[in-house]
Design a protein around this ligand. Structure first.
Ligand code: FPP
Ligand code: MG
Length: 334
């Protein structure tokens, strides 16, 4: 039977989602097996983190790159899972720093457990990830991931400092999101390529893919913060405004206002001084001006750069999934 293009595409999508489901199951198994081995005192908290779920974007990226570059072994899973543990550690600390009480619609760890326990569980996950990577006996893997963690921390510090200044250029905003989000995703791609023994050109391209995908991912995240209905996102619209965060939709809105008003708006957001009504008004102005959609347009530009970086990979299922994942990053609703 001859299939038309839509049927072919649907079949490919089904095959891709089956591939991803298989890999996700392997990832979940190992994440649980590793946390089950932790000291019993930290297990309730680390279980809570895993139960909250997540897209497992970083481990999938490591697996897809390793496979695309010819690495077939099961030894990819600890490396992949180490990236999820690093990511979970950053989120535990981030939710304390941001004072967030909900993540993915569920109470954050520091709300259920104490802040101290949460900080220390983050440290445990950081150390667990380091040990899992060290066990490969390949110093380059340790360096790449450690560099990424240090750059993530710097991005987070820059974001905290920028809040204190009450003003932010788009360039500095881009530096912040590259730091706090994209470097770890860059490292996820690079780690897969390094494990596969790929040449330097491929390792760089894997990093470029992750970096640009990571920037696109955070831009969409920042757009969704204004646009996504609470019943979909699991948190109220404008959470970034409540947390004093100056992100692209707000910066684009502020740019349309006279200088004095622009500065006053950004300062008040940074000081978390907006009342509920004002927050709703700013969210409304962002949506009315289409600044969430404009932020998504910027994201599309970075997704294109990521797509270009795929050019070096051989044609294979993993390359097709990586390409498809860029569309998912751009079109996701939560
Ligand atoms: C989420 O951004 C924050 C990050 C991706 C990075 C957080 C990094 C740290 C706290 C420092 C590193 C910590 C360790 C353990 C090494 P967001 O707050 O804009 O997104 P959200 O809405 O998902 O919270
Ligand atoms: Mg946060």
């Amino acid at each position: 039977m001859c299939r038309n293009r839509k049927q072919n595409r649907d079949m490919t999508m089904t095959a891709h989602s089956e591939y991803l489901s298989r890999e996700l199951a392997r990832i979940e198994d190992l994440l649980h097996a590793e946390t089950d081995k932790l000291q019993p005192l930290v297990q309730p908290l680390t279980r809570h983190v895993l139960a909250a779920g997540g897209k497992r974007l970083r481990p999938l990226l490591t697996i897809l790159y390793a496979r695309a570059l010819g690495h077939g072994g099961d030894d990819v899973y600890p490396l992949a899972c180490s990236l999820e543990f690093l990511h979970s550690a950053t989120l535990l600390h981030d939710d304390i720093l941001d004072g967030s009480s909900l993540r993915r619609g569920k109470p954050t760890a520091h709300v259920i457990f104490s802040r101290g326990e949460t900080i220390l569980a983050g440290d445990v996950l950081l150390a667990l990830a380091n040990r899992m990577v060290a066990d490969y006996g390949r110093p380059r893997l340790v360096s790449v991931l450690s560099d990424a963690v240090m750059r993530t921390v710097v991005g987070e510090i820059e974001e905290i400092m920028s809040g204190g200044e009450g003003d932010l250029s788009l360039d500095r905003y881009m530096e912040i999101i590259t730091g706090k989000t994209a470097y770890l995703i860059q490292a996820a791609g690079q780690a897969g390529a390094i494990l596969a023994g790929a040449d330097e050109e491929q390792v760089t391209a894997a990093g470029e893919f992750g970096l640009n995908m990571g920037i696109a991912f955070q831009l969409v995240d920042d757009a969704l913060d204004y646009a996504s209905p609470p019943e979909v996102s699991g948190k109220p619209r404008g959470a970034d405004l409540r947390e004093g965060k100056l992100t692209m939709p707000l910066l684009l809105l502020a740019e349309t206002r006279p200088d004095k008003e622009r500065r006053a708006l950004l300062e008040r957001v940074a000081e978390r001084a907006l009342g509920e009504e004002e927050i709703e008004a700013v969210v409304g102005d962002v949506l009315e001006g289409g600044y969430d959609a404009k932020t998504r347009d910027f994201a599309a530009g970075y997704a294109e750069k990521a797509r270009d970086a795929l050019g070096l990979l051989p044609e294979c299922t993993e390359r097709a999934i990586l390409e498809q994942s860029l569309d998912l990053v751009l079109t996701r609703e939560k």
